[in-house]
Each structure stands twice: as structure tokens, then as C-alpha cells.
Design a binder for this molecule. Structure first.
Ligand SMILES: Nc1nc2c(c(=O)[nH]1)N[C@H]1C(S)=C(S)[C@@H](COP(=O)(O)O)O[C@H]1N2
Ligand SMILES: [Mo]
Length: 204
């Protein structure tokens, strides 16, 4: 299948070190759900709530091949990742959000807080493939939100829903002080405090 290619080409963000592999983080138990069963929802402060089977999202919406680096707030970055998915922007155009913020929810219970404008960017996608393969479970199968213009904790694995809200409601890491906006080029790591993010290293 031919998909439109979008490349995130920006200077290297300050104080990030190139890593050869991902560090896998899962603050909750990774859930088990099949591609065919999975549903993506847009709820909360929207004009029209959406409930779209992932299967339909992957077959009926224009697909994007996103080429982008992946920057974790703890300081490691993977220089090049290719993700295949659809733009979140397309869903927001249908749902028409009233609120300026959203919580991105994983079906594992994880959440991340984002300004709507970050979700409207052309490089923000819901991905189901990575580097030419179906998205591996450890990287968030069946679907992952990918927000390459923000630190990686906003790229929610096992992604199931966007909940549009009126105020910046903190998600899992924002609750302990991680930044609401999290722009790596402005080094927006913490809004307060300096909590520890821990992961486990696996081969990639
Ligand atoms: N559901 C879920 N998504 C998540 C996390 C998590 O713990 N659970 N960790 C985040 C963090 S801190 C990072 S750096 C990346 C790591 O991605 P990886 O596990 O695919 O390497 O996932 C992000 N998305
Ligand atoms: Mo992270």
C-alpha cells in the first residue's frame, strides 16, 4: 500500500543521547487485545463522539508513513523510527473538540495529557505498524499514539481513547510533575519536581 510520507526533520534536541535500542516502559501490565477487536474512541468535550474500529481506521482513512526520531525525557533517543498510521487530525475534524486539552488513554489504564494543538499536528498519528512490521506488543499493539514533537511519554501505547477536556487534567506522569506540553526543543521536561521514570531494557 502507498501511504503519504511525513518526515519530522528538526535539529537534535538539547541533552538527548542517541541510543541503539528502545527502553521499554510499562507502568501497568500490557493488555492483550487483538487488532480486529480494538476500538478507538474520541469522547468528552466534543460535538460528535467517535467510536471507530481500528480495522476501519486502517482501511478507510488515508494512511501516513511517519519517519521521526523518538525522544524519551530520561535522555535517550532513537534516531529513526518509521510508523504507519492515520492522522489524529482527521478524527478531530470529525469530532470537533470544544476543549483545548485532551487525555490520551491506553487500555492498560495509562494516560498522558496533551494540548489539542499537539494532536492536530500533521505528524501526530495513531500507528499500527512500526519499521515495516505489525506493531510489536511491547511497543503498544494493537495501536499506539505517536506524537513525535513531544517527549515520548505522550506516545501512549495500547492507545484506546482521546478524552477532550476543558482544563489541563494531568495524566499518569504529569501528576508527578512531568510537563504538560513536553516540547523536547525547549527542554520542557518537568513543570514541578523531578520524579524518576524507570524502564526495562530489551533487545530491539
Ligand atoms: N501505555 C503506556 N504507554 C507508554 C508508557 C507506559 O508506561 N504505558 N511509557 C511511555 C514512556 S515514558 C516512553 S519513553 C515510551 C517508551 O516506548 P517503548 O516502551 O515502546 O520503548 O512509551 C510511553 N508510552
Ligand atoms: Mo519516557
Amino acid at each position: 500500500m502507498q501511504c503519504q510520507e511525513i518526515k519530522v526533520e528538526r535539529p537534535w534536541p538539547p541533552n538527548q543521547v542517541k541510543a541503539h535500542r528502545f527502553v521499554v516502559y510499562d507502568v501497568f501490565e500490557p493488555p492483550d487485545v487483538g487488532f480486529d477487536q480494538h476500538i478507538i474512541r474520541v469522547v468528552g468535550r466534543v460535538e460528535k463522539p467517535l467510536e471507530i474500529p481500528l480495522k476501519e481506521l486502517a482501511s478507510k482513512y488515508p494512511c501516513i508513513d511517519l519517519v521521526a526520531p523518538f525522544h524519551c525525557v530520561t535522555g535517550w533517543s532513537v534516531e529513526k523510527v518509521v510508523w504507519r498510521g492515520v492522522q489524529v487530525k482527521a478524527l478531530l475534524e470529525e469530532a470537533r473538540p470544544y476543549g483545548p486539552y485532551a487525555l490520551a488513554w491506553g487500555i492498560d489504564g495509562y494516560s498522558a495529557s496533551l494540548p489539542i494543538e499537539a494532536l492536530r499536528e500533521e505528524s501526530t498519528i495513531i500507528a499500527w505498524a512500526m519499521n515495516g512490521e505489525p506493531l510489536p506488543k511491547k511497543h503498544g499493539a494493537p495501536a499506539r499514539l505517536v506524537v513525535p514533537t513531544r517527549y515520548a511519554w505522550k506516545s501512549v501505547k495500547y492507545f484506546g481513547a482521546l478524552e477532550v477536556v476543558d482544563d489541563p487534567v494531568p495524566g499518569y506522569w504529569e501528576m508527578s510533575g512531568y510537563s504538560l506540553n513536553a516540547d523536547p526543543w525547549r527542554e520542557e521536561r518537568f513543570d514541578f519536581g523531578q520524579p524518576q521514570m524507570r524502564g526495562r531494557r530489551v533487545t530491539f
